[in-house]
Structure formats: structure tokens, C-alpha cells
Design a protein around this ligand. Structure first.
Ligand SMILES: Cc1ncc(COP(=O)(O)O)c(C=O)c1O
Length: 386
């Protein structure tokens, strides 16, 4: 069996976790939680980092501290994992779904057009012409490790009172190249962002997330809300409804060890990407999606694109072929504006996301993918031609 994306544990994980067990610092406080926060902040270049139980909780809290209110609206991509959208609903707000570009990330031109033509700006805020509701934020999801092309949008969002919340769940280590954002990490170019350390991510804590921001008020509020909103820790006084969303020391110990390897893991993923790109692009009807020219991605996932008329098989047939060969591949997520909880929500000119959904399969991309496994994937693709 060749899995799609699994963790690679090959460094100081055992040593650091053993230390937690030996010292009995196993819960939501301890040296590794602090260390993990400091190290992620350093890597991201953010002033603050707040460890969370997972990325979904991190986004829920990020939206809340950014000021999202019930009945307001949030711009989101349709092509993303559903957690990016559900977190909007946890805040009792509504998503408006947008299209993607060639790199599977938000189509910035369509958002700029929408903000200019479909919203009314008054009292420092933008209101949706159609619903009259305030559009409070945009969730910029850096899908598959590719950065959203945020530079052309940041100023407009700022002028129009729309907060930029970055879902960098999949893109830790991705850095912008060129332009005004040159050298900046995804997650910290907007108002607030987060990373996920779920088991399928490039580095993992088993389950975990991290909010990053340069805004001290947001950071303080996020720390307060994720730790049960304690206004007096001794007497148990709470002025707000908080959450038990803190990461444990054991998970953070795993994270610290994994973070030590991030550079090496990105390098391995880049090498595997280049191997696949070269081999796949030679097979008629197949193509491995490019990465954006304006960033150095972390190469988290690889998108195989199938032209069924030339290749002779469509996405579903190829999926069945890989499954028979015990190779795990996946279509990209079923689009969110088609999901039952969201079918009634507003959408704006969604075209590309449908095309990419129909023709894309994610192929194995684990850090520890072997040469034999890579060769096997290509063999299946070559033999699958009709
Ligand atoms: C784009 C995106 N957003 C949000 C999440 C949620 O993160 P988590 O699984 O840590 O809750 C994930 C990953 O799982 C993701 O891929």
C-alpha cells in the first residue's frame, strides 16, 4: 500500500515526548508548548503564536477575535477542505463562495471585481449589495501549500474594512517571492492566520494548530478564549464563553521535533515533485499542476490533471486503477458550494474550480515516499493509457 500523505517521525520526537512523560508535564502547560509557540512565531516572522488543539479550532477563534459577528458574511473559496468554511458557521456568520485560479487558490481578480461592483462602502465597512449584510472578512486559504496571490488584494481589503484571515493550514514553510510580500511567510501577511499540524500535513503534532498574528489584541484575546476565558484563575471567574482549545505539552513536544525537520521535508517534497513533474508531463493527456511563480511553496500536495480525451480514462477510472494497485489517490475536495449545509449560500462566478475538480487527482506525496514507490506511481500512469 502506498499512502497519500502520512507523517514521517525520524528525529527527536521520542526523546522530547519521553521527557514530558518522565517529568509528568503531559497536559496543556509546559516547556514544549512555550517552545513550540516561540519557534513557529520565529519561522513565520510573526510577533505572536498561540497553540491550539487543531486548525479548525484555530480558525474559529481567529475569526472570533478578528471581530466576526453573527449574521455577517465572509468571502471563502469553494475549493478547500470544508473546515475553512465550517469555522465561519461556528461563528454564526455566512460564507460567500468564490472561484479559484490555476493554482487551486482563490481567484483574486474575481474578488476584486466583486468588492468593487457588488458591495457598498459606508461607515468604513463593506456591505453586500444583494443581502445588505456586512462582509467582515475574507478567508484566504493557501491550498496544497501554494500561496494565494494576496498582494493585489491586501490594500483593497484594508481600504474597504474587510479583514484578511489566512488559512495557512497546509502551507507552513511557504514563502512569497518577489513584489511587496517578498520573503514573507503565508499566515502572516493578513490580519491573523493559522497553521494545522494534523496527521496529513507536512509536519504534525498528531492533531494541532497554531494561530499567528502581529496584532497584540488579537493574540491576547485568542490566548484567553482558547484557555476557557479565565478572568480570575484562582476564583474561577469568567466574563466570556471560552473554549478548551489548548494544545498539550506532549503534542507540542512532537511539534518541536517535527519543526526541526521542516526544511529537510520541504526539500524532499520538492525533489519528489520535480521527479513526478518530469515523468508525468511526458505522458500524453496527463499534466502535473505548476506551482505559483510568486512563491516558494512547501510542495505539500501534488495535483495530477487528466485530459480524458487524450489519456483515454477519466478521473474516476484512474482512481479505480490506482485503488486496484493499492496506491492511495484522492480527487480534490467536493466543492463546498455543492455541500448540503451550503447549497443556498451565495456564489460568485465559479468556473475554474469545477474544471479542476473534474480533472484532478492528488497523488502520493508523503515525505518518506521511496524511489520504488515513485516509480510504481508512474508505471501505473503509463500502463493506464488507452
Ligand atoms: C485548508 C484547511 N483548512 C483547515 C484545516 C483544518 O485543520 P485541522 O485538521 O487541524 O482541524 C485543514 C486540515 O485539516 C485544511 O487542510
Amino acid at each position: 500500500m502506498i499512502p497519500l500523505s502520512v507523517p514521517h517521525i525520524a528525529g527527536n520526537e521520542w526523546q522530547y515526548i519521553k521527557e514530558c512523560l518522565d517529568t509528568e508535564w503531559v497536559s496543556s502547560a509546559g516547556k514544549y508548548v512555550d517552545l513550540f509557540e516561540q519557534q513557529v512565531a520565529k519561522l513565520a516572522g510573526s510577533k505572536f503564536a498561540i497553540a491550539c488543539v487543531n486548525g479548525t479550532a484555530a480558525l474559529q477563534v481567529a475569526l472570533e477575535v478578528a471581530g466576526l459577528k453573527p449574521d455577517e458574511e465572509v468571502i471563502v473559496p469553494t475549493l478547500t477542505f470544508i473546515a475553512s468554511v465550517n469555522a465561519v458557521r461556528y461563528n454564526r456568520a455566512e460564507p460567500i463562495f468564490f472561484d479559484c485560479d490555476d493554482y487551486y487558490c482563490l481567484n483574486i481578480d474575481k474578488i476584486i471585481e466583486f468588492i468593487r461592483q457588488e458591495t457598498i462602502f459606508k461607515h468604513g465597512a463593506s456591505f453586500n449589495r444583494k443581502t445588505g449584510k456586512r462582509i467582515r472578512a475574507l478567508v484566504a486559504v493557501h491550498v496544497f501549500g501554494n500561496a494565494v496571490n494576496l498582494e493585489p488584494l491586501l490594500e483593497l481589503c484594508h481600504e474597504r474594512g474587510i479583514l484578511v484571515v489566512e488559512d495557512a493550514a497546509e502551507s507552513i514553510g511557504t514563502v512569497y517571492r518577489g513584489g511587496k510580500l517578498d520573503g514573507k511567510a503565508t499566515g502572516v501577511v493578513g490580519d491573523i492566520g493559522f497553521y494545522s499540524f494534523n496527521g496529513n500535513k507536512i509536519i504534525t503534532t498528531g492533531g494541532g494548530g497554531m494561530i499567528v498574528t502581529n496584532n497584540s489584541e488579537y493574540a491576547e484575546r485568542a490566548r484567553y478564549l482558547t484557555t476557557q476565558a479565565k478572568d480570575d484563575e484562582v476564583r474561577y471567574i469568567h466574563h466570556n464563553i471560552g473554549y478548551n482549545y489548548r494544545l498539550t505539552n506532549i503534542q507540542a513536544a512532537l511539534g518541536v521535533a517535527q519543526l526541526e525537520k521542516l526544511g529537510e521535508y520541504i526539500e524532499r517534497k520538492r525533489t519528489n515533485y520535480q521527479y513526478f513533474k518530469q515523468a508525468i508531463d511526458q505522458i500524453p493527456g496527463l499534466h502535473l499542476a505548476e506551482v505559483p511563480p510568486y512563491c516558494e511553496p512547501n510542495y505539500w500536495f501534488y495535483n495530477l490533471q487528466i485530459d480524458k480525451d487524450i489519456y483515454g480514462r477519466d478521473r474516476e477510472e484512474l482512481l479505480a486503477l490506482f485503488t486496484a494497485e493499492k496506491i492511495q489517490v484522492r480527487p480534490v475536495w467536493y466543492l463546498n458550494h455543492w455541500q448540503k449545509p451550503y447549497v443556498k449560500n451565495q456564489t460568485y462566478k465559479i468556473e475554474k474550480a469545477i474544471q479542476l475538480f473534474e480533472k484532478t487527482l492528488n497523488i502520493p506525496c508523503s515525505v518518506n515516499l521511496t524511489t520504488e514507490q515513485r516509480t510504481k506511481v508512474i508505471e501505473v500512469l503509463k500502463n493506464g493509457q488507452r
